[in-house]
Design a protein. Structure first.
Length: 266
C-alpha cells in the first residue's frame, strides 16, 4: 500500500525529516558529484533531495506515482513535477543522466518492471540510485516514519535486483544509524552516530542506498574469421585437396610391391 504525499511532505518538514534529508544528501552528493549540464529525475518522492541539485543541473524533474499523489515543486518558478503510472517512467528513451528511486521501490507491485523502465530512460553510462528501507534497520520497524511502510530490502536483495535488470551495481551503502524513536540530539551527535555506524554496525542502518550504472556492450563491427583461416599451418605446408584419408605422396616413394618412383615409369 502506497503512502500519501501529505504524510511525506509533513515528515520532511519536521526536524526529524530535515535530519534525514541532511544525511541522505551527504551520501547523494558524494555519489553524484558534478551534475552540471545533466538531466536529473526522481521517481517517487524526491523533492527534498532534488532541491539542491536543481540549481546546478540542466533540468531536474520529479515524477510521482498516481497512488502516492503529487504536490507542486518548486515553490517558485515553473512546475517540475507530474503524476505518472506506478510502473512507467513517462520519459523518452535515453533521456536521463541520473535517476533516483526514493519512496518508490518498496511500494512498487512489480519491482522488476520499474527497474526495466529505469534502464530504458537512462543514457548509456547513466546512474541509478535506489533508496529503500533496510530490512535489518530500526527505521523499517517503526510505524512513525515513512520508511516503516512498504517492503524493506537488504543490500544483497537490491544488488540482485539491479543485476537482473542488466545494471552494474556498486557495493550497497547504509545510513541513518540514529534510532527513529529517540528524541533528536544535536547535529554533532547525529554526525558522530553516523560515523560510528559506518565503522562498526554498517548493515543495521535505517536506509540502504545502491548506485548502479547502465553498461552497454560495444558492437562488434568486424566479422569473425572463418574456421579455415583460424587454423595454424606451419610454413611450407600446403593442404592437399583430395578424399578424406588420402595423403599426397609427391616427391616420396610408397612402400609395397606396386610402389612408384617419381620421374620413372614402371
Amino acid at each position: 500500500m502506497w503512502i500519501d504525499v501529505e504524510q511525506l511532505y509533513g515528515f520532511y518538514a519536521s526536524p526529524r525529516g530535515r535530519m534525514v534529508t541532511r544525511v541522505v544528501m551527504e551520501h547523494l552528493r558524494h555519489m553524484w558529484g558534478d551534475v552540471h549540464g545533466q538531466t536529473l529525475v526522481a521517481f517517487g518522492y524526491g523533492v527534498p533531495f532534488l532541491s539542491d541539485f536543481s540549481f546546478e543541473a540542466e533540468r531536474a524533474l520529479c515524477l510521482m506515482p498516481a497512488p502516492l499523489g503529487v504536490c507542486p515543486w518548486p515553490v517558485e518558478g515553473p512546475n517540475a513535477t507530474c503524476l505518472c503510472p506506478v510502473d512507467r517512467i513517462a520519459l523518452p528513451d535515453n533521456s536521463v543522466h541520473k535517476l533516483l528511486l526514493v519512496h518508490a521501490l518498496e511500494f512498487a507491485p512489480d519491482p522488476h518492471a520499474l527497474l526495466k523502465e529505469a534502464w530504458r530512460v537512462l543514457v548509456a553510462g547513466g546512474e541509478l540510485i535506489i533508496c529503500a528501507p533496510n530490512r535489518r534497520g530500526f527505521w523499517a520497524r517503526s510505524p512513525h516514519n515513512p520508511f516503516g511502510d512498504g517492503t524493506p530490502y537488504a543490500g544483497r536483495q537490491l544488488y540482485s535486483l539491479a543485476q537482473e535488470a542488466c545494471f552494474s551495481p556498486d557495493k550497497p551503502v547504509y545510513c541513518l544509524f540514529y534510532p527513529p524513536t529517540v528524541p533528536l540530539l544535536s547535529p554533532k551527535a547525529h554526525e558522530t552516530l553516523e560515523h560510528f555506524g559506518n565503522a562498526c554496525i554498517k548493515k543495521v542502518g535505517g536506509l540502504v542506498m545502491l548506485r548502479s550504472y547502465k553498461k552497454m556492450i560495444a558492437k562488434i563491427e568486424t566479422k569473425t574469421p572463418s574456421l579455415g583461416r583460424r587454423i595454424f599451418l606451419p610454413e611450407g605446408l600446403v593442404p592437399q585437396a583430395g578424399p578424406l584419408g588420402q595423403v599426397a605422396t609427391e616427391g616420396y616413394a610408397t612402400s609395397g610391391s606396386n610402389s612408384k618412383t617419381p620421374g620413372k615409369s614402371v
